[in-house]
Design a protein around this ligand. Structure first.
Ligand code: AVI
Length: 319
């Protein structure tokens, strides 16, 4: 069994306060991290299989084609820190080329991660693995068991797009300083970024015909019901997912299908028909706008790889 460190509690006052503040704001909002309970993580895996959801397979093709070049740019024997590891599959595909000395998958979805890392440890018994259950978007301080040598932060899947640009900058700066800990040359950051493209392709990717993304979004309400002991009725809500051209981002919302009141202990929120809860943004960058963001965060020597249609980009940058 792999080592596992759990730094998140399932239900804290902090979570409640954050959720209630978001739900009772004039424009109701929830952090996208609440999309990922155990079922949400499985639904996200299903999204990645959808024909409309191009990011996963496009990124996989880029890694498949250029992994050797990436390993040459990065070097072997890194401490591979996988942010939002989920089922750990993307990093595992890179093990043969990258040959990490230590693998550190981190995810907020603790039980899902625990299962994934234990299975992976059986497959790769020679790699030292330390699974960490934590919310790295809040605090990137790593436990002591994580080697400080040659840290390579791995952040695939364009999850950086789920941060507001200002928060993305703060987060990238945190990664940069975490790379700099230790006295051996850093491994840097290997990150996947979704690129701006035709609206119809983006719209379809976040509002698929099978309704898997709709289920993923609606499942957030089940999660909130559990976390807050609230009484959202899922039949009274629908999914909305579309590209907002001006802000260069996909927006996901849950829209009330009727006037209704949602209750939880010590709290209540009235929603009118058509009112929305903003549940996620997914920013789309151009190659240049993302390189500028990396540079502003203090990274240098940026190398990029993309697919022939230039729909997705993988970047390596040194701290
Ligand atoms: C995890 N993240 C990069 C996904 C995205 O594309 O923004 C989450 C997602 N939301 C809906 N579909 C996928």
């Amino acid at each position: 069994m792999a080592q596992f460190i759990q730094l998140v509690e399932q239900r804290t006052q902090c979570i409640d306060d954050e959720l209630v503040a978001g739900l009772t704001a004039t424009q109701a909002t929830t952090s996208p991290k609440y999309l990922y309970d155990a079922l949400g993580s499985k639904l996200f895996e299903a999204i990645c299989e959808l024909p409309e959801y191009y990011p996963t397979r496009t990124e996989a093709k880029i890694f498949g084609k250029h992994a050797q070049e990436m390993a040459q740019a990065i070097g072997l024997g890194t401490t591979l820190i996988d942010l939002g590891a989920g089922n750990c599959a993307k990093a595992a595909n890179l093990f043969p080329c990258l040959q990490p000395a230590q693998y550190v998958p981190i995810d907020i979805s603790v039980e899902f991660l625990r299962d994934s890392v234990n299975k992976l440890q059986q497959q790769f018994p020679d790699i030292d693995m330390v699974g960490v259950g934590m919310d790295f978007s809040v605090d990137l301080r790593l436990p002591k068991n994580v080697r400080s040598e040659k840290r390579l932060f791995f952040y695939p899947g364009s999850s950086i797009g789920n941060f507001m640009p200002d928060d993305a900058l703060v987060f990238l700066r945190q990664i940069k300083s975490a790379c700099m800990q230790g006295d051996v040359a850093d491994g840097g950051l290997l990150i996947g970024v979704d690129l701006v493209k035709e609206n119809s392709i983006l719209d379809a990717a976040y509002d698929d015909v099978l309704g898997v993304t709709a289920s993923f979004n609606l499942n957030l309400l089940l999660h909130l019901n559990r976390l807050l002991d609230a009484d959202f009725d899922l039949r009274e809500w629908r999914h909305r997912g579309f590209f907002n051209d001006k802000l260069s981002r996909i927006e996901m919302h849950l829209e009330a299908l009727s006037d209704q009141t949602v209750r939880w202990p010590n709290g209540v929120r009235r929603f009118e028909r058509g009112e929305r809860i903003h549940t996620e943004n997914s920013y789309k960058y151009t190659r240049q706008s993302f390189i500028s963001l990396l540079t502003e965060a203090g990274f240098e020597n940026v190398t990029t790889w993309t697919d022939p249609q230039q729909w997705f980009m993988v970047c390596h940058a040194r701290a």
